[in-house]
Design a protein around this ligand. Structure first.
Ligand code: F6P
Length: 369
């Protein structure tokens, strides 16, 4: 009987509970292994009450639930963890303690469900001998080596619904509506939702934009008698020659993206003389019930991870490649991150539809005639 730990790290994403449930059900029901939940990411490994057994009862009814029953921690990197030393908080590298604790707990493997942050930490812990298996999740879809991450589909659905709703009010009021979307330094959400929600302009971090080009597009629509426009803007998008726009840091001083939607909206009002409003969709993209696809993907990822744990194949990350669930070498895969391909099919699709990507104004018969 194998002892398997499981944790969720980084920002939550819809579908985490479905993945936990799949790991528990497959491990207990098929392989007769034991599963232990680790609370709040890697942090639980350093706490007395941080690791506890998960049984069927613990995962009953969680399939449609957002969030994570294990708790998540955006911070909590064992290589720079905040620890309480008497009355003083200090930042310490506790990675060796974490590896040792996994040994003390006699865990044959730890399944880490995370984005590039959590899986990047997994990569460095594996290099120190920790027996980790990765499952990729993040609404941003920016984990290298997999076509899809858990949570992305739900976030795109939310963003598309928001664009649909903004469309009707934009049309009614003859306004420009700017929707700022998450994604950090990858524009997958803004691109896919922008195409699916009929945006006229999509701005993503991979393609620096020019305000004049955005205005050119809006003005061309006004000229042909369409007095509203929809803009799908990734939070990490930035103007040519500039850099990503940040808000004040959070309590830990960690930088937080945000504000580009507001800037674009202001410049559009001033530059093209069209009334403009901005909506920041924010954490609505991460909360709530996962889509059917995310439940399906999470269940498939969880089942394969449980199988890898049974076979003792640590150091692997489950992945979707050419539509098939498989697994890849985690250390090698997590050397790089993933972004939208500037000349890839997604961007080509957008340009084909006459959507302006902010870098250049392309002739499109529909707008010009
Ligand atoms: O990585 C997921 C994500 O939701 C990003 O899209 C976003 O920039 C970030 O997390 C927000 O993090 P926090 O929850 O710390 O505000």
């Amino acid at each position: 009987m194998k002892r398997i730990g499981i944790l969720t790290g980084g920002g939550d994403a819809p579908g985490l509970n479905a993945a936990i449930r799949a790991v528990v059900k497959t491990s207990l029901g098929i392989f007769d292994n034991q599963v232990f939940g680790i609370r709040n990411g890697y942090q639980g490994l350093m706490e007395d009450e941080g690791v506890y057994p998960l049984d069927y009862q613990a995962v009953r009814g969680i399939l449609p639930q957002g969030g994570t029953i294990l708790g998540a921690a955006s911070r909590g990197n064992p290589f720079a963890m905040d620890v309480n030393l008497g009355d003083e908080m200090v930042t310490k590298d506790v990675s060796d303690d974490v590896v040792q604790r996994i040994e003390e707990l006699r865990l044959d493997s730890v399944i880490a469900i995370g984005g590039d942050g959590t899986l990047g930490i997994a990569r460095d812990l594996i290099a120190k001998g920790a027996p980790i298996i990765g499952i990729p999740k993040t609404i941003d879809n920016d984990v290298n080596g997999t076509e899809m991450t858990i949570g992305f589909d739900t976030a795109v659905g939310m963003a598309t619904d928001a664009l649909d709703r903004l469309h009707t009010t934009a049309q009614a009021h003859h306004r420009v509506m700017v929707l700022e979307l998450m994604g950090r330094h990858a524009g997958f959400i803004a691109l896919m939702a922008g195409v699916s929600g009929g945006a006229d302009v999509i701005l993503i971090p991979e393609i620096p934009f020019k305000f004049e080009v955005v205005c050119q597009k809006i003005e061309a629509r006004v000229k042909r008698g369409t007095h509203f426009s929809l803009l799908s803007v990734s939070e990490g998008a930035f103007p040519e020659g500039g850099g990503a726009i940040y808000q004040d840091g959070d309590a830990d001083g960690a930088p937080k993206l945000g504000g580009v939607g507001d800037q674009v909206s202001k410049r559009v009002s001033e530059g093209c003389g069209v009334e403009s409003r901005v909506t920041v969709l924010g954490h609505l993209q991460r909360g709530g019930s996962p889509s059917a696809y995310d439940r399906w993907l999470a269940s498939r990822f969880g089942t394969i991870a449980a199988q890898l744990a049974e076979e003792g194949r640590v150091g692997r990350m489950v992945a979707l490649r050419s539509g098939q669930v498989t697994h890849v070498d985690l250390i090698k895969t997590l050397q790089a991150s993933k972004q939208v391909e500037v000349e890839g099919a997604g961007v080509q699709t957008a340009r084909g539809l006459g959507i302006c990507m902010g870098d250049r104004y392309d002739y499109h018969r529909e707008v010009e005639e």
